[in-house]
Design a protein around this ligand. Structure first.
Ligand SMILES: *Cc1c(COP(=O)(O)O)cnc(C)c1O
Length: 374
C-alpha cells in the first residue's frame, strides 16, 4: 500500500495513527466483540468514547466551565441555519462579516431566517467585483469592522477555505472586537490547529472533515448563557440548549464520527498540545509561501500578506494551461488535491494538521523545480 500525499481541502487527510487505531479496533472494540459502530449509544463502551472526545476538546482548547462543547450533525451548513434560528429576534439585527464564499453561504441562510422572524440583516464584505470576477483577498483589521450595537450576533468565517484568507488570534488581522455583541465564528477549516481564547466568542462551530475527523459531525463550543438565551419556539433538535442539556446524546449521535474525532484529538494531545501543533503548521505554511515569494515572476498569491491562511495556501501560475500541467505533474509524484475550488480556479494546497512537513517539503521542492523548468 502506498498512501497519497493528500492536499484535499475537505474531506481531508487524517493522521495515520488515528486511522491505524480505527483499523486495529474495527472488528473488536475494547475487547467487546463488536465494532464501536455496533454499540448502543447509551452503552458504557460508546459513552466512554463520547465523553473522551468532548474532554479532549475542552483540554486542548482550555474551554472554561462557562462554555459547553457540543457534538452536532448536518455539517457546518446546518449550523448556518441553526445559529440564525437560535439567536435571531424580531427587531434585532443579524450581522455578517463576509470575507469569502462560506460567509456568503452563511449569510444566505441568515437572510431566510431573518425574514421568517422579522429581523434585519447587516452585511459588511471585503469582496470586490461581481459574479465570476468576484474576489476576496483579505480580512479586515479590527478597526475596520463596524459592529452594529445591540446586534443578535456578528458572524465571521475565521478561515475562508476557498479563498485562503484567515483571521489571526492577535496582531493586525486579529478577530474583531464585538463588545457585548456575541461573536460567532465558522471555524470549520480553522479548528484545533492553534490555541485561541474561547471567551472572545459567543459560539464557534467546525465541521469535522477539514481538520479533526470525518464529514457530517460538527463540533460546537458555545457560552452556556448564550445557548440558554436561544429561541424556544423552534424544533428542539435545532436548539443548542437541547444538546447541552443532553450531553449531545439527545438523539443517536454519529457514533463512528465521534470515535474518529476522539482518535484524531488523542494524536494532537500526544503531539504535545495545540501550541506544538501550531508551531508545526506555521513551519509548513512558511515553507510554501517562501517558495511563492521567491519565485514571484512565476507564482502569485492573490491574498494580502497579513491575511494569508496557514491552512489553505492558494496561488496562481502565469497561465491556466500551466496550472493544469502543474496539477498533472504533481499527481505523477503522488500529490493529489491541489486543484483550486471550481469557483476560483488556480492551485490550493490544504495543509491541515495531518499534512506532514515532509509532504509540504515535497510539494515546495516540486514547485521550485517546476518554476525553473519553465
Ligand atoms: C467545508 C466548509 C463548510 C461546509 O461544511 P459542510 O460539512 O459541507 O456543511 C462550511 N464552512 C467552511 C469554512 C468550510 O470550510
Amino acid at each position: 500500500m502506498s498512501r497519497k500525499i493528500n492536499f484535499n481541502a475537505g474531506p481531508a487527510a487524517l493522521p495515520l495513527p488515528a486511522l491505524e487505531r480505527a483499523r486495529d479496533e474495527l472488528l473488536d472494540f475494547a475487547g467487546s466483540g463488536m465494532s464501536v459502530m455496533e454499540h448502543s449509544h447509551r452503552g458504557r463502551e460508546y459513552e466512554g468514547v463520547h465523553d473522551e472526545a468532548i474532554a479532549l476538546v475542552r483540554e486542548l482548547l482550555g474551554v472554561p466551565s462557562s462554555y459547553e462543547v457540543l457534538l452536532m450533525q448536518g455539517g457546518a451548513t446546518a449550523l448556518f441555519a441553526e445559529v440564525a434560528m437560535n439567536f435571531i429576534e424580531r427587531g434585532k439585527t443579524a450581522q455578517y462579516l463576509i470575507t469569502g464564499a462560506w460567509g456568503e453561504k452563511a449569510l444566505g441562510e441568515g437572510k431566510i431566517v431573518s425574514a421568517m422572524f422579522g429581523a434585519d440583516v447587516a452585511v459588511q464584505s471585503t469582496g470586490t467585483g461581481e459574479g465570476k470576477e468576484k474576489s476576496y483577498t483579505r480580512v479586515p483589521p479590527p478597526s475596520e469592522v463596524k459592529v452594529v450595537p445591540g446586534a443578535a450576533y456578528l458572524h465571521i468565517t475565521s478561515n475562508e477555505t476557498i479563498h485562503g484568507v484567515q483571521f489571526n488570534v492577535d496582531g493586525s488581522r486579529a478577530f474583531p472586537d464585538t463588545g457585548a455583541v456575541p461573536l460567532v465564528a465558522d471555524m470549520s477549516s480553522d479548528f484545533l490547529w492553534r490555541p485561541f481564547d474561547v471567551t472572545k466568542f459567543g459560539l464557534v462551530y467546525a465541521g469535522a472533515q477539514k481538520n479533526i475527523g470525518p464529514a457530517g459531525l460538527v463540533v460546537v463550543v458555545v457560552s452556556k448563557e448564550l445557548a440558554e438565551r436561544g429561541r424556544k419556539d423552534i424544533p428542539k433538535i435545532f436548539q443548542f440548549r437541547t444538546h447541552a442539556e443532553n450531553k449531545s446524546l439527545y438523539n443517536t449521535p454519529p457514533t463512528f464520527g465521534v470515535y474518529m474525532v476522539r482518535n484524531v484529538l488523542a494524536c494532537l494531545k500526544a503531539q504535545g498540545g495545540l501550541a506544538k501543533v501550531e508551531e508545526a503548521n506555521r513551519k509548513k505554511a512558511a515553507r510554501l509561501y517562501s517558495v511563492i515569494d521567491r519565485n514571484a515572476a512565476f507564482y502569485r498569491s492573490p491574498v494580502e500578506k497579513e491575511s494569508r491562511s496557514v491552512m489553505n495556501v492558494v496561488f496562481r501560475l502565469p497561465a491556466e494551461a500551466l496550472e493544469e500541467q502543474f496539477i498533472a505533474d504533481a499527481k505523477k509524484r503522488g500529490m493529489v488535491g491541489l486543484k483550486g475550488h471550481r469557483s476560483v480556479g488556480g492551485i490550493r494546497a490544504s495543509i491541515y494538521n495531518a499534512a506532514s512537513y515532509e509532504w509540504v517539503d515535497t510539494l515546495a521542492a516540486f514547485m521550485e523545480e517546476f518554476a525553473r523548468g519553465k
